[in-house]
Ligand binder design. Structure first.
Ligand SMILES: Cc1cc2nc3c(=O)[nH]c(=O)nc-3n(C[C@H](O)[C@H](O)[C@H](O)COP(=O)(O)O)c2cc1C
Length: 387
């Protein structure tokens, strides 16, 4: 198998199967007759199923209703996703008072308030449709406060303070009074912190960066999917620093519906590196495996079910570039939606029904002399069209 074939095998199940059956595959012993007969029958059934499937596809594709019927009767491919989405919605609605869900609501709504505060011209009335929910989440966060929530609490307090100063309310409105009461509680909790509102800030106050376009381009070119790692251990601190950069990524309404699970040794690591099909040939040489876990309980509606993939990917890219600056290398690893593997993964990482691995990332020190595929990139004029 050539290096290119090996990479293709790593990228997909079908290609992987082809690669394993390739010319340098080990000869296998002849299987007993009953096993071959069973295999033959199974092969026939699979082919028949495939032919029926092909015949049904045009019908299923002809309308949304027929597509739904097709998936109801002939395919269970979306079952897990539907279950995870429903479980996420339920968790979001039922556990509104938990610090996790309150944090998500606060992140989203406070971000929307900040957006409103940044608008020109300034509006004297806005957010009436979600200010009650925001105050409720703020109260829930105050009550469920853990050390982790303090910066979020301060941020929410700052923005709500700016919001109530900037907006006009009737004398009789209860929201400003409710905030004043909650603000007293928050100030007591944040006693060590400066309670001068710091958000939103003006653009000139953002940190300045010395990174030039050329430096960024070089960093992007330097990052390549590496599959040959040194065996030396990766300090945890470096992974933490890379995750700190990932955490700065944009996310839809700042909800950041993802977390990273890092595994560097032990039986979980051994199982994890072999679970995705795309690690064939280099799984055992991966020093740290990161599983990127998306959380569907961040959303009360189905319409947002794809955001976990977008937000996690944006964060992952920052993470991978940060790893490069720390002398480390990485390889993105596909996590296709396959029922049996999903179940194994959920057991291995102890995932909730509404959590799903978005992808995995292998991390380690690159072998200086290890080969790296060239992977020709598209040109700007192929990727960009002004209309
Ligand atoms: C979502 C995603 C899934 C990938 N899955 C795998 C995989 O399972 N195994 C693997 O070896 N490489 C995988 N890759 C790496 C790609 O093969 C690689 O990014 C691509 O060939 C471009 O090469 P480069 O990363 O060096 O620029 C994946 C990349 C992405 C973005």
């Amino acid at each position: 198998m050539t290096a290119r074939q090996r990479i293709d095998a790593a990228d997909g199940p079908a290609a992987a199967a082809t690669a394993v059956r390739g010319s340098d595959a080990q000869p296998t012993r002849r299987k007993p007759l009953y096993v071959r007969a069973f295999g033959f029958a199974r092969h026939k059934i699979e082919r028949l199923h495939h032919r029926i499937d092909l015949a049904l596809l045009p019908l299923a594709a002809s309308s949304p209703w027929l597509a739904k019927t097709y998936y109801y009767f002939f395919s269970s491919e979306f079952n897990r996703e539907q279950h995870a989405t429903v479980a996420g919605r339920l968790h979001h609605i039922r556990h509104e008072a938990s610090s996790e869900v309150a944090s998500v609501i606060i992140r989203r709504n406070v971000h929307r308030l900040e957006k409103g505060l940044c608008m020109v011209p300034a509006r004297k009335v806005f957010a009436l449709d979600y200010i009650d929910e925001t105050l409720r989440a703020f109260e829930n966060l105050l009550q469920a406060s853990s050390a982790h929530d303090v910066s979020l609490l301060k941020y929410a307090h700052d923005v709500l303070g700016s919001y109530f100063s900037a907006t006009e309310w009737k004398e009789s409105a209860q929201q400003p009074r409710r905030f004043a009461r909650l603000s007293d509680q928050a100030r007591a909790l944040l006693h060590a912190q400066d309670c001068t509102p710091a958000a939103p800030a003006v653009h000139a106050q953002l940190p300045t960066s010395d990174v030039t376009y050329d430096q960024l381009l070089t960093l992007a070119q330097r990052r390549a999917s590496v599959r040959n790692f040194e065996s030396r251990a990766v300090p945890r601190e470096l992974i933490e620093r890379a995750v700190a950069v990932a955490a700065q990524a944009p996310s839809a309404c700042n909800r950041q519906p993802m977390r990273y699970v890092a595994v560097a040794d032990g039986p979980v690591k051994t199982a994890l590196v072999h679970l995705p099909m795309g690690t064939a040939g280099y799984a055992d040489g991966i020093p740290v495996m990161l599983a990127v876990v998306g959380d569907l309980s961040a959303y009360p509606y189905e319409r947002d079910r794809h955001i976990i993939y977008i937000d996690a990917s944006l964060a992952n890219m920052q993470l991978m570039l940060a790893l490069e600056t720390l002398g480390l290398a990485s390889c993105s690893i596909n996590w296709p939606d396959m029922e049996q593997r999903e179940r194994k993964m959920a057991r291995l990482l102890n995932l909730e029904p509404y959590e799903r691995v978005v992808m995995l990332i292998a991390v380690g020190y690159p072998q200086a002399a290890g080969l790296v595929p060239h992977s020709e990139k598209k040109h700007v004029d192929e990727m960009l069209r002004w209309i």
